[in-house]
Structure formats: C-alpha cells, structure tokens
Design a binder for this molecule. Structure first.
Ligand SMILES: [Ca+2]
Ligand SMILES: [Ca+2]
Ligand SMILES: [Ca+2]
Length: 323
C-alpha cells in the first residue's frame, strides 16, 4: 500500500474514535477510578462526571460517605450521550442493598439497555447507615457522555418492638372470677425512634417452643400509624385452644422506609397450662394457616405498590445483580 493511502486510512480510523473527553469526575479534575477497590470517596448532594469508554474510561466508582442516621436517599440520574450503561449500588461489604419503597431488597444493579440520550432515572433507596458504593459502568454499548446524580435526603422511620406482655382473660361471674379461659391478650409496645411518622403493621404469631417442624400460627395483625419519637401499644387476642406447654410468641413491626430492620422483632416465651417443659405442642392448630404464617413471618404484611420508580425516556429493565 502506498504511503499516501496509508495516511488516508489512518486518518479515517482516527476519525472513528471520538476525542478524549475532559474528565472532572465529582469536581476532582480527574477521572474516578474504574474499579470499586479504589473508589473515590464522595460526600455531597450532586455528583457529575464523564464516562468515555472509547478512550479507556469504562467505569467510575464512588464511595458515598457521611450519610446521617435515619435518613435515606432518593437518587436521580440524568445522562447525556450515554446509553447501555449499568448502575450498581452496593453496601460497604459489597452486597446489594437497593430497596423499594416497602423496604424490600430488590436488586443492587440497574441497567438501561436500549434507552436513548438524554435519559433520566430515579431510584428510591434506603442506604445502609454510613456509606455505600456507587458505580456507573459501560454495559452494552461503548460510548462517551456525561452523567449527573442528584441526591435527596428522605427521612426514615425506625420501628422497634420494645416489649411483649401477655395477660390472661379472667371470666367474671356472680360467684367471682372463674379460672382463666383459653383466651389471652398479647400486648405489644412498638416505638418509632426514627425521623418520620410510620404507617405500621404489627404482626403476632406463635409457635411451640423447640418444635422441630417449625410450624407457626398467625395470631393477628394490626395496622396503625406511629408518629416519629412516639410509641404505641397494640392488643391482640390469642386463642390458645389446642396449645399446651411452652410457646414462643413473636411480634414484628414493619413500615415503609425502615432505617434499621435489626430491632423490628421480639420473641417471648409463654406457657399454656403447664410450663418449664422446654417445648410445647399445638394439636388443633398444627400447620393450620401455614401459608398465612409464612407470609406474616417473612413479608410482614408489607403493603403493595410500585417498587423502584423509573420515569424514563426509552426502554429500561431492572437486572439482577449476582455478586
Ligand atoms: Ca470518568
Ligand atoms: Ca473512570
Ligand atoms: Ca427498626
């Protein structure tokens, strides 16, 4: 090939690559690291940056720090010139923590496969207190563009089950109080020590102590609102018919935007007729309401509704993160 042709071909190939974009990620005047291990610490309300995969910048990783307790974040992202990108949110241990508005973990990974530019995204998240990782990476398409994250603080409730007390129901008669009936009252005190009022669901269920079958029986559910900084006591009726011996009574409180799920359940032991057996039996109710109990124990009566909110220009999908 003659030199002139080589020069022309070279010029053509060079023109296929866009010029390297200026990098000023998070106002640092430089490119943010391409891997999470070297993530750029960031503590602010807005975050702007550039991805430039054709010129070797395939990812920008940040470590968001300084999140106050009982506060969540709502994240808005706008991109220009970028599509087919992936957004990854991980806690400090590298685990997904993206939550929907019911406090349920849905994914740690979001990808816009085919959307155009500019595109807008919105995430409702409840971050682990303190810090989390945020990564924006090239996914399906190699392109060059800018992104801007805006973070809005969201006040969170934080319910805690403080106590469970159980009182027998005494039957009054003309002859005086009769022996206790099979009915008992479960008193559950729930405190909201978060920063937002809490539409709350309190569930109570029982299971025979040390029952290897793991069967549980749903006692009841009460819905109420617990204002921030206040506590409420709810009463549920427990019919112990068919139960004998030591029983474990569980109470669980749930709400939207829960800051800390670690203190939302309490268990106490109560015997029916005779105690200190180390175990109990549930003859009439054994495995009754198994499905209902399972839902009470695992989903805790959370409400329904759209999870992640994604008002978008273009088609999107929510992917699964597999660490
Ligand atoms: Ca960059
Ligand atoms: Ca980078
Ligand atoms: Ca809590």
């Amino acid at each position: 090939m003659r030199p002139a042709v080589l020069i022309l071909v070279s010029l053509f190939l060079v023109n296929l690559l866009p010029l390297a974009a200026a990098q000023d990620d998070a106002g640092t005047g430089a490119d943010a690291p391409d891997n999470r291990a070297n993530a750029l610490s960031f503590n602010g309300t807005d975050l702007t940056g550039t991805l430039d995969d054709p010129n070797g910048d395939s990812a920008d990783w940040y470590l968001m720090t300084g999140l106050p307790a009982h506060q969540g974040l709502s994240v808005d992202l706008q991109t220009t010139g970028l599509w087919g990108i992936a957004i990854t949110l991980l806690d400090q241990n590298g685990n997904p923590f993206l939550h929907d508005q019911n406090g349920q973990l849905i994914s740690g990974y979001y990808t816009d496969n085919f959307g155009g530019a500019p595109a807008r995204y919105h995430f409702d998240i409840i971050p682990s207190p303190g810090a989390f990782y945020l990564g924006i990476t090239r996914n399906f398409w190699s392109n060059q563009g800018t992104y801007e994250f805006n973070f809005t603080t969201v006040a969170l409730a934080d319910l805690a089950v403080d106590s469970i007390t159980i009182t027998p129901v005494t039957i009054q008669s003309d002859l005086g109080p009769l022996p206790a009936s099979v009915e008992r009252i479960v008193n559950v005190t729930v405190e909201n020590h978060g920063a937002a009022d809490a539409p709350s669901v309190v569930d109570v269920w029982v299971n025979p102590a040390n029952d290897p079958s793991g069967s549980r029986r749903h006692v009841g559910t009460i819905s109420l609102t617990i204002p921030a900084g206040q506590s409420r006591t709810v009463l549920l009726e427990w019919q112990t018919t068919g139960e004998l011996g030591d029983m474990d009574v569980h109470a669980h409180a749930s709400t939207h935007w829960e800051a800390n799920l670690g203190d939302n359940e309490l268990v106490t032991r109560q015997f029916v007729l005779v105690g200190q057996l180390g175990q109990g039996v549930d003859l009439l109710n054994h495995n009754v309401d198994a499905d209902g109990v399972a839902s009470a124990g695992t989903s805790y009566g959370r409400g329904t509704g759209a999870g992640i909110t994604l008002p978008l220009l273009g088609t999107t999908s929510v992917g699964q993160y597999d660490p």
